[in-house]
Design a protein around this ligand. Structure first.
Ligand code: CP3
Length: 349
């Protein structure tokens, strides 16, 4: 059953729980570091053969149940006119962030089929090598992309983002509309290039009060999902919406229209699933830091998650957020084997 990941996204029965890991291709892998020594990160993303090679590394090393294309959420912003670099130890930096409404008006319109053609080519290359194993495409969500566009990089409090949102609501919604169109177009292009499912990373939306999510973000996230679905019709893939610290936003998440909702480790999986509603599949939710613990603890925490899923169709095992640098590779292999050999518990009614 090579499609168990897609079946789980659609809440169909599977032979065992599928597992993949966010950021599964990355610096914790010696094979990745060997390639990375020769290229800058953006250069890797922009060279389809290299992106394809790195995408396949965790498939070969661990036999996970899905591949996720090697890319990043920020390069599509270059098409709007943002200058992006990745600095050692700092992560991404946008050198011309938005500070005023006129900065939004000055953004370029862009076609991701041209500006991130390299990722679409990489998808086509990977697809040929997967023998039917599902391939996940992804994009940042409008809010998380807006936060980088306004802060100019990562942030703890999102003070600039929230101020802009509160003080310049018209420009904010203009920005969010431009980003939503870009995201929808990019996801559609990825599906046309071979992605079998798409994940929308709203990593930092959990920083918002529910009322702010409702007033400033929800409609744009909904628009992305609705556009992908209506444009692709029958060919629309499962859509995964992921964020961290989302436990207080369950009522809003239910309204997005995603097939699968990501769950981080700050909430028990069954509690989240009940709040999100069983019409959604769920993906998660091991704390990535658990992979630094002894094997017995990794096994205990993974077992608990599988038991909380209760054999109900629609659970995809994953971490609650991306795998951390320096994670021991043998612990990753151990986790994947543990989940893949775990007998599905009889479904709890
Ligand atoms: O899951 C995968 O294996 C696919 C690849 C992937 C990357 N970034 C590769 C990457 C994915 C899905 C992302 C998404 C991403 N990128 C998000 C959303 C997911 C999340 O983690 O919340 C965000 C917020 C970004 C932005 C970003 N890119 C940051 C903050 C950083 C720096 C932090 C870090 O880990 O270095 C990056 C760089 C980045 N993206 C790396 C990788 C493998 C490390 C680059 C390197 O080799 O130096």
């Amino acid at each position: 059953m090579r499609d168990r990941f897609l079946r789980a996204c659609r809440r169909q029965p599977v032979d065992r729980t599928p597992i993949w890991l966010m950021r599964q291709a990355g610096r914790y892998m010696p094979e990745y570091r060997a390639v990375r020594e020769r290229y800058g990160f953006l250069q890797m993303v922009k060279t389809p053969e290299v992106a394809a090679e790195v995408t396949l590394q965790p498939i070969q090393a661990f036999g996970v149940d899905a591949a996720i294309i090697f890319a990043d959420i920020l390069p599509p912003l270059e098409g709007l006119g943002f200058q992006l670099t990745y600095e050692k130890g700092e992560g991404p930096v946008i050198h011309n962030p938005i500070r005023q409404p006129r900065d939004v008006a000055a953004l370029h319109s862009s076609d991701p089929r041209e500006t991130v053609a390299y990722t679409l080519t990489a998808l086509r290359l990977v697809k040929r090598e997967l023998n039917g194993l599902p391939l996940i495409g992804f994009s940042g969500a409008p809010f998380t992309l807006a936060s980088y566009a306004i802060e100019g990089g990562g942030s703890k409090e999102y003070r600039l983002t929230k101020r802009f949102m509160y003080e310049q609501p018209a420009a904010w919604h203009d920005l969010m509309e431009r980003l939503s169109q870009l995201v929808a177009e990019y996801l559609i292009a990825q599906v046309e290039a071979g992605a079998d499912a798409v994940q929308i990373f709203d990593s930092w939306a959990g920083a918002l009060a529910p009322a702010d999510y409702r007033d400033f973000v929800l409609r744009h996230t909904q628009n992305v999902v609705a556009t992908v679905r209506s444009r692709l019709g029958e060919a629309a893939p499962p859509i995964i919406y992921f964020g961290t610290d989302m436990a207080g936003l369950a009522g809003e998440l239910r309204q997005i229209g995603a097939d699968v909702l990501g769950v981080d480790w700050r909430i028990d999986l069954d509690v989240a699933w009940a709040q999100y509603g069983y019409e959604h599949a769920v993906q998660g939710n091991l704390d990535p830091t658990t992979l630094f613990a002894p094997r017995e603890l990794i096994a205990a925490r993974a077992r608990e998650i599988l038991q909380r899923a209760g054999g109900r169709p629609g659970h995809i095992f994953n971490l609650g957020h991306g795998i951390l640098t320096e994670t021991p590779v043998d612990h990753v292999r151990y986790l994947v084997e543990f989940v893949q050999s775990f007998p599905l518990p009889a479904e709890t009614p």
